[in-house]
Design a protein around this ligand. Structure first.
Ligand code: FE2
Length: 297
């Protein structure tokens, strides 16, 4: 049957991978809560920030009970990095001090560059039903940490996607895959953010340079990477093996996963809650600016 989705790209270039990466480590993540009592799993924790530079955090949230998400994330500040929220199911309303407002819903992405600072809220716009998605934090290079805030709502039907003959459907949120440019591009860190929907037995290859830090998070089913099975709700850190040229995944049953990669900044990371800078002095400045009401664009 012909795919009617307007954002589906039909001409694709296969990625050639001859020296695939192996799994270095499997990570289960930590159950926690954030905002006003939103239950979530912190998959990429602070202890992995250097290993997975330029990524600072990945939260997975998924709840059927409104009590686990209804409080949302009331007004809070950010400085020094970008937040990328991918909503699989549910509706979340965003407001920020730069005057932006948007509704993030089923399959959509919100990309927010905090830069020198925003105060924003992320509140559920539903009182029942399932809420499921991810929030990724992407660091900014030192030279860009104090840029003006920026924000983009990317509706689901505008995210470029393609399907392969091997049974993979790929949504390209950032970067490039199989010659398809994603919804967002960034220089310096060159983030790749793919949402993979794989049929049972599907094989998917993605070329990437050995120095890119990369991981896979399986949120449905199970993947096989080399001789390692990666079960549901596990993150696989992919080894930066010198000479490797990409990653090859095989689905053990129908599966879905995020494949995320980026070029490390190799700059000092100093985090204090929602502020991520390069020095302690810059953190103190962020706290002082916030208290003085100067984080409002
Ligand atoms: Fe936030």
């Amino acid at each position: 049957m012909k795919d009617q989705v307007s954002n589906t790209v039909t001409t694709i270039k296969p990625e050639i991978v001859t020296q695939p990466r192996v799994v270095e480590q499997l990570i289960a993540g930590q159950a926690t809560s954030d905002g006003d009592g939103v239950k979530l799993t912190r998959v990429l924790t602070q202890g992995l920030q250097t290993r997975l530079d330029p990524f600072l955090m990945l939260d997975a949230f998924g709840a059927d009970d409104p009590q686990d998400y209804i409080g949302g994330f009331p007004d809070h500040p950010h400085r020094g990095f970008e937040t990328v929220t991918y909503m699989l199911t549910g509706r979340m309303r965003h407001h920020d001090s730069a005057g932006n407002s948007g509704l993030l819903q089923n399959g959509g992405v919100q990309w927010m560059t905090a830069g020198r600072g925003v105060i924003h809220s992320e509140l559920p716009e539903q009182e029942e039903g399932r809420m499921e998605g991810f929030q990724l934090w992407l660091n900014l290079p030192a030279k860009d940490k104090m840029i003006a805030p920026w924000y983009k709502d990317i509706q689901s039907d505008t995210i470029p996607q393609f399907s392969t003959a091997e049974g993979a459907t790929v949504r390209v949120i950032a970067g490039n895959s199989h010659g398809v440019a994603g919804a967002v591009q960034r220089d310096v860190t060159e983030p790749l953010y793919l949402d993979l929907h794989l049929q049972d037995g599907a094989v998917f290859s993605q070329a990437m340079a050995a120095e890119m830090n990369a991981f896979v998070y399986v949120y449905r089913g199970e993947l096989q990477i080399g001789d390692k099975a990666v079960p549901q709700q596990r993150m696989a850190i992919l080894r930066n093996e010198p000479g490797s040229d990409g990653v090859t995944l095989r689905a053990n049953g129908a599966s879905r996963a995020l494949l995320i990669a980026g070029r490390p900044l190799r700059e000092p990371i100093v985090q204090y809650g929602p502020f991520v800078m390069n020095t302690q002095a810059e953190i103190f400045a962020a706290i002082n600016d916030f208290r003085a009401g100067k984080l409002t664009a």
